[in-house]
Design a binder for this molecule. Structure first.
Ligand code: GRF
Length: 202
């Protein structure tokens, strides 16, 4: 049975777009039923609408986290969402919300976890002097960026890289990794993904 997937965003939504495309192409056995943004003018909302996916804005401004999450839960239930992909969603979710969706909510983070959690990830990677970086799709648990790893993709750090150039390289890898990881979560058999990218799924 095709899983009903909601995507949570705060920004331009390039990962969201890659996930919707994969579901609409049928390479991932999911149906994108709702895109929710906590930011009213997030660029991803227009992209989702162009792709024919319903959108909702649930603002976090001027309300307690419980109230924000209650509204979020309500729109997810209204859409009968069964699985959540966080795709550049910039709010930390409470342990209560996370537990409600545990095992049914995943996130993408632009580093090879457990290295470089939190923000300013590419600056952290460059400061550490690593020669490879990448991205990680993981289950969301109450501990930030610390849930079980579903898959990772590796990219080189090139001489002369700054946070912007490294981020661009990692993002290209994200757009391959995230659909592959979602497919795996929704029951697809493991398959090698290459595209010249070192990518591995658990
Ligand atoms: C990505 O780099 C992702 O790893 C991080 O936020 C960024 C979102 O970018 N969690 P986009 O909105 O998907 O373009």
């Amino acid at each position: 049975m095709t899983t009903r997937v909601a995507l949570l965003i705060s920004g331009r939504g390039s990962n969201m777009a890659a996930l919707i495309d994969a579901m609409q192409r049928g390479t991932v056995d999911g149906a994108p039923v709702l895109v929710v943004s906590n930011i009213a003018d997030a660029g991803g909302l227009g992209v989702a609408a162009e792709k024919g996916v319903p959108t909702a804005v649930v603002s976090h401004r001027g309300k307690a986290r419980e109230a924000f999450e209650a509204e979020l839960q309500a729109v997810l239930e209204e859409a009968a969402a069964e699985f959540i992909c966080l795709a550049g969603f910039m709010r930390v979710l409470s342990p209560d919300f996370v537990r409600r969706w545990e095992g049914r909510m995943i996130n993408i983070h632009p580093s090879l976890l457990p290295l470089f959690r939190g923000l300013h990830v590419h600056e952290q990677a460059l400061a550490a002097g690593v020669t490879v970086s990448g991205c990680t799709v993981h289950e969301v648990t109450p501990d930030l960026d610390a849930g079980p790893i579903i898959g990772q993709a590796v990219v080189p750090v090139m001489p002369g890289d700054d946070a912007e150039s490294l981020s661009a390289r990692v993002q290209k890898a994200e757009h391959v990794l995230y659909p592959a990881a979602l497919a795996r979560c929704l029951g697809a058999a493991p398959r090698p993904v290459s595209d010249g990218l070192l990518l591995s799924l658990r």
